[in-house]
Each structure stands twice: as C-alpha cells, then as structure tokens.
Write a protein that binds this ligand. Structure first.
Ligand SMILES: *Cc1c(COP(=O)(O)O)cnc(C)c1O
Length: 455
C-alpha cells in the first residue's frame, strides 16, 4: 500500500494543491446543481441523494474519487448562507479570507492544550484574545466554540467566584443555553424576569433582585436571537450594582456592533458586565466555530486552573512554558484564532464595521419594503439585522406552512419566531452582498408561497 499524503510537512502544500482544485471544482459543480439557497425536495429527497452519492460508507477498498463525489454531494445538498435568500438564522456566509486562513490551521493542526503543540498559535491567541477583550472594556478572553459554551463558562466562573453557590436571573427573552447551563452546572432553577417589550424590564429586575437572597448572576442579552433587541444595559448594570449582583451580557449576536462607529453606541453599558459572550460566526463572518467569552477580572479565570503532568507540569510552567490548560474546559483545541487574526488584520475596524453597517442597513430597507406593502404586517423596526413580518390576516398554521413550502422547494430559507403572542416569519440579514432587488425578490417568493397554500 502506498503511504498516504499528509497535509503538513515539506510535501504538505504540494499534496494539498491538486486536492484543493478538486474541492473547489466540486464546490462549484455542487452549487450549480443546487441552483438555489437550499436543495429541492425536503429532508427525504436530500437524504436519498446523499445515500446514492455515498454508496458504501466504509468500503473494503478505498475510492480515489471520494473527495470529488462527496464534496459535490455536500455542496449540492447544502443551505448556502451566501445566497441572498438564505436568511433564516444567525448563520453567516464566511469570508473567503477567513476560510483560507482556517485551511492553514487545519493543515498544521496545532492543538492549544500545550505550548509544544502550538507555539505560534498560543502566542497569537494571547494577542488576539486581549485585543478583542479590550473592545468590550475587559482584560482577557477565552476562545470558545460559540455562545452556548461562552454562556456556560460565564455561569461557571460566576459560581466559582461566589464559592460554589449561585442563582441565575435572566430575562424571558434570554437564549435557551443560559437556563440549560444552569441545569448542567447543578444551579437552582433560574428566576425569569418578564420581558414584555422583548427586552428585559429593569424595574421588574430591580424587584427580583431586592427580594432574592444572593449570590445572584444576572444575564442580559445584547441582540436577542428572535428579534435582535438589546436589553437596556446601563439600567440593568445600575440595578446589579445596587443589589450586589454579578452581570453577564450575552452579546453573541450584537457584540460585533462594537466594530462600527455608527452602531457602537447601542452597546453602551456593556463594559459594566463581568463577562461578555461574543460570537464571530454570526455578525463576524467566520467559519464555525468562532466564539469568545471576555472577562473583566482575569482572576476569575483561576477557577479553570488544572494540572496534567504531560501538558503543564509545574517545572515546565516554572521554566516559562505557557500554561494553556486553564484557558478552556476542552483539552485538544483547534487554532480558531488564526482565522480571527487574519480577518481582523485584513479588514481592519473600518472593514468589519462597514460590513456590520451594511447588513443593518439592509434590514432597515427590508423593513421599509414590508411596511410599504399592504399585504404584509411588520412586527417592528429592526435594531440590528433581524426583521419579523407576516402576511396580513394569515392564520398561524398558514404562516408555518408557507415557511415550510419555501424550504422544501429550496426557494428561500426564512426563520420563524414568536413575538407578542403571534407567529412571525423571520429574516436575519447577515449577507453584506445582498442587494435591494434580492430583498424585493424574497418578498415576491413569500407572496407566491402564500398564494399556493390554504389561508
Ligand atoms: C446564537 C446565540 C447563542 C448560542 O450561540 P452558539 O454559537 O449557537 O452556541 C447564545 N445567545 C444568543 C443571544 C445567540 O444569538
């Protein structure tokens, strides 16, 4: 048997080059086969096409054409976030430069659990995490797999800072990963504060904080997943200060508004938080995963200190080898920091801020089109880049079915959200290449799909 080609080493780039040509060609042909934001036919048809393309998953003898066949099928059956009509979720089209950088991290495969596996990667992570932490007014940051892990770590650090006891207080608008993290960490049932206008009500929060015994962690949201609303951070921070509660802000969605001079003021008060969740695989145009948790007091990170002789022996650490194990709950950890570093440096603050402004402007334009269309109801003017709308007078089942018709025919990918007791169609605009015509075209598709079903 011949020795397989490896991605790193002196021959790595030479081995990769023709394979990358195959991948890029298959991405192209697969995307052309799909010809739409989503594959046609719904889950059954997509699964059947994947079964046909794969054949035997683990054949006795390998197939030299596997890369081309599977990447083609993968692309043909993908939901493409770069299609302007793929706008359901906080699912961004990644920047080409970030995907290219990520290839280098994949090829060299550094692992950030010890310095001897990741010398440059650990030095780069140190620089980038501190720079991003400064954006939120904080001292340090941990790299995570996303908002869910960041929120979990925020609860863990808060629990440990308070000697193991803690109760979480969050708005009814908070992300589901927060109560789930409380459950995982064995904390008491969280207290849910009403959010009647879609944002946490500071008056109601003050009442809760006045009556509950501490220690308490308040979790506020800067950019809710369903509507993109931002909790009143200064008022919430003031209530926390009065009652001695710790504050976490889940800015998984809204955090990157910090890169925009125009939109940064929406996050005033963020720096009062003890910890902040940021996701750069949402408004940051990164390939998944690209999460961060910024931390005001680096002392909080001592809770994660952990010793494993083969990774961070005391004498190695004393001799100056960086101790990386305490920067995550994971052990083996890929160098997600490279794509972040490349993105920040290639686009700069102006480039990233410009992308943020662009998608926020698109959301305002889309809301304007909905507002001016008498056949549609607009939920509210967008705060970030999310717009909720529905066909006027449509029943709940009709709204849900319309969305599924668009999905199963592959025409458009819209989300759904419940707000003010009603079911809405949700558009999350994260594609800066979307044009005004695309937005109008999306509404045409909605009208068509609505006309196709029972009202
Ligand atoms: C997306 C999101 C999360 C979860 O982040 P993942 O990266 O999906 O784990 C948490 N909070 C908010 C507000 C989000 O929008």
């Amino acid at each position: 048997m011949s020795t397989p080609h490896l991605a790193s080493g002196p021959q790595g780039p030479t081995a990769l080059r023709p394979l990358l040509d195959t991948v890029l060609d298959a991405l192209h042909t697969g995307g052309r086969t799909r010809g739409a934001p989503l594959p046609h036919g719904g889950p059954g048809a997509v699964a059947a096409r994947i079964r046909d393309a794969v054949g035997d998953v683990l054949p006795d003898r390998g197939d030299p054409d596997a890369l081309r066949i599977l990447v083609h099928a993968f692309a043909a059956g993908a939901a493409d976030p770069a299609h302007p009509h793929c706008a359901a979720h906080l699912h961004c089209p990644p920047l080409a430069v970030a995907a290219a950088a990520d290839l280098a991290a994949t090829a060299l495969n550094p692992s950030l659990d010890s310095w001897d596996q990741a010398p440059a990667a650990s030095a780069l992570e140190d620089l980038v995490t501190r720079a991003l932490a400064r954006e939120t007014g904080h001292a340090d940051a941990l790299v995570t797999t996303g908002g869910t892990e960041s929120n979990q770590l925020a609860l863990l650090l808060a629990r440990e800072a308070h000697g193991g006891a803690l109760r979480l207080v969050h708005g009814a608008n908070a992300h589901h990963s927060l109560p789930r993290a409380a459950w995982l960490l064995g904390l008491p049932e969280p207290v849910v504060v009403p959010a009647p206008a879609g944002t946490l009500d500071p008056g109601a929060l003050g009442d809760v904080l006045a009556r509950l015994p501490g220690p308490l962690l308040v979790a506020a949201t800067a950019g809710t997943t369903d509507t993109g609303r931002i909790d009143p951070l200064p008022e919430i921070a003031a209530r926390c200060a009065v009652h001695g509660a710790r504050l976490h802000v889940d800015a998984a969605y809204g955090g990157p508004l910090l890169f925009s001079d125009r939109h940064r003021p929406l996050l005033t008060g963020l720096d009062a938080a003890h910890t902040v969740t940021l996701d750069l695989h949402k408004l940051g145009w990164q390939p998944v995963p690209a999460g961060l948790l910024t931390v005001r007091d680096p002392g909080d990170l001592t809770a994660l200190r952990h010793r494993a002789d083969y990774l961070n022996a005391d004498d190695d650490t004393a001799a100056g080898l960086p101790d990386l194990l305490g920067r995550s709950l994971r052990t083996t950890r890929r160098a997600d920091v490279l794509k972040l570093a490349v993105t920040l440096k290639s686009l700069g603050r102006a480039g990233l801020g410009g992308l943020v402004d662009r998608v926020c402007d698109l959301a305002q334009e889309f809301a304007g089109l909905v507002h001016d269309d008498p056949r549609l109801d607009l939920h509210a003017r967008p705060v970030i880049s999310t717009v909720l709308f529905r066909p006027a007078g449509a029943g709940e089942a009709a709204v849900a079915a319309l969305r599924r018709r668009l999905l199963t025919t592959g025409r458009a990918v819209l989300g759904r959200a419940r707000a003010d007791g009603r079911l809405w169609l949700k558009v999350t605009l994260l594609n800066p290449a979307t044009r005004r015509e695309d937005l109008a075209g999306l509404l045409t598709l909605v009208h068509q799909a609505h006309a196709e079903g029972p009202r």
